[in-house]
Design a protein around this ligand. Structure first.
Ligand code: PMP
Length: 390
């Protein structure tokens, strides 16, 4: 095989030369992202991942993932509409629906794909989408792909949604994260649902950060808001955070799931959820059902982070679930702070523009139910000790 690149004769700049200019602008603004290697057995205390319930390495979860891979294969080999739907997928969907109180469930290769599916298939030209300003990128992309008119409303403001809905005739869908991924605050779901009902609008909730953590035994944000099983509310979740696996799910009325199977492009044209991920997620769900106290402990750990950090004078957000953010003076400060934490054995997330809705860089910590009180104190100590001065 010839490994030397072909000689290209061209007059003027190449088609990708502008990317190098953009890269240098990013570097100068302190906004460059790079991939850091990660070992399988990292010595770091991990507050960067989303393994809220400490299940990703639970022996029942890893064993079930490996067994599913051996039984069903390394991949799903195609769309479930083409290659068939396994008993494993059906079992996972039935248990997810039963756990959350939804009539039906449909799993996807990722939470991102589940959100694209739900937003696009439940809207379309003529629908009005009402989207919270702090929604996750996957909901925003769903709105864009849907070709529906989209009104972005101020964050966590049901009155703003009411104003928009009251001026609209025709189908409408309000779209919101349950727990916002940057600051960890919860949406006012009960109020939002009441506003939607007033105008006959549907409500779509992305419960990526609430599933497994909020509600009775981790049944999620709809359970916490008294909306589980509601005929006018649809919920999505990822299998990659509380369940420690990978994949996504849409939970809602059976008529919605039937529609998604027939209309959602990320279901129809995407390879089905990998068997290993389905097996791991199902085992994790069973552990959670057996040990519901994991959900409450994860929330307690998050509040302990907030208490410790604010007591030391840091600007930390009050968590409604497991996410706590600490503001940094600049993107450069955030990167350097995260690096100092890493040097002291603590992995934290570093969020900078354009991933933050207000342009303010932050460290982001995620609570895990399996952290001891001593580990919490040590982690708070590291963050406080390494904070930017001044
Ligand atoms: N929604 C929210 C709020 C998220 O934080 C994420 C994960 N970053 C997703 C959706 C996407 O889920 P997944 O990683 O499973 O694609």
């Amino acid at each position: 095989m010839n490994s030397t690149p072909p000689d290209v004769h061209r007059s003027g700049p190449g088609p990708f030369d502008r990317l190098a200019e953009q890269a240098s602008l990013r570097r100068r603004a302190g906004l460059r992202r790079e991939l850091r290697p990660r070992g399988a057995d990292s010595p770091l205390v991990d507050l960067a991942g989303n393994d809220y319930l400490g299940l990703t390495r639970h022996p029942e979860v890893t064993r079930a993932g490996a067994d599913a891979c051996l039984r069903w294969g390394g991949g799903s080999t195609g769309s479930r509409l083409v290659t068939g739907s396994t008993a494993l997928h059906a079992e996972l969907e039935a248990e997810l629906a039963d756990f959350t109180g939804a009539e039906a469930a449909l799993v996807f290769a990722s939470g991102y794909a589940a959100n694209l599916a739900a937003v696009t298939a439940l809207s379309g030209a003529g629908t009005l989408l009402v989207s919270d300003a702090a929604n996750h990128a996957s909901l925003i992309d769903g709105c864009r792909l849907s070709r529906a008119a989209t009104e972005v409303v101020p964050h966590a403001d049901p009155e703003a949604a009411r104003k928009v809905l009251s001026g609209h005739r025709g189908p409408a869908l309000a779209v919101s994260d349950s727990v916002f991924s940057v600051d960890g605050d919860a949406a006012p779901l009960a109020e939002l649902a009441a506003v939607c009902r007033e105008f006959g609008a549907g409500l779509l909730v992305d419960d990526a950060h609430g599933f497994g953590v909020l509600g009775e035994g981790g049944r999620g944000a709809l359970n916490a808001a008294g909306l589980a099983g509601a005929p006018d509310v649809v919920c999505t979740a990822t299998l990659s955070k509380s369940l420690g696996a990978q994949g996504g799910v849409v939970l809602g009325p059976a008529v919605v799931v039937e529609h998604l199977v027939n209309a959602a492009r990320t279901f129809i044209f995407d390879t089905g959820l990998a068997p290993a991920a389905a097996g791991a997620a199902l085992a994790a769900l069973r552990v959670l059902r057996r040990e519901p106290e994991r959900a409450g402990r994860a929330r307690t750990v998050a509040r302990a982070f907030h208490t410790g950090l604010t007591a030391a004078g840091l600007d930390a957000t009050a968590p409604d679930a497991c996410v706590v953010s600490v503001r940094a003076p600049s993107p450069e400060d955030a990167v350097a702070w995260a690096a100092r934490c890493r040097d002291e054995g603590l992995a934290v997330g570093c969020f900078r523009p354009p991933s933050v809705p207000d342009g303010v860089s932050r460290l982001r910590l995620t609570a895990r139910c399996d952290l001891t009180d001593a580990e919490i104190d040590a982690a708070v100590g590291v963050i406080v000790r390494t904070a930017p001065q001044g």
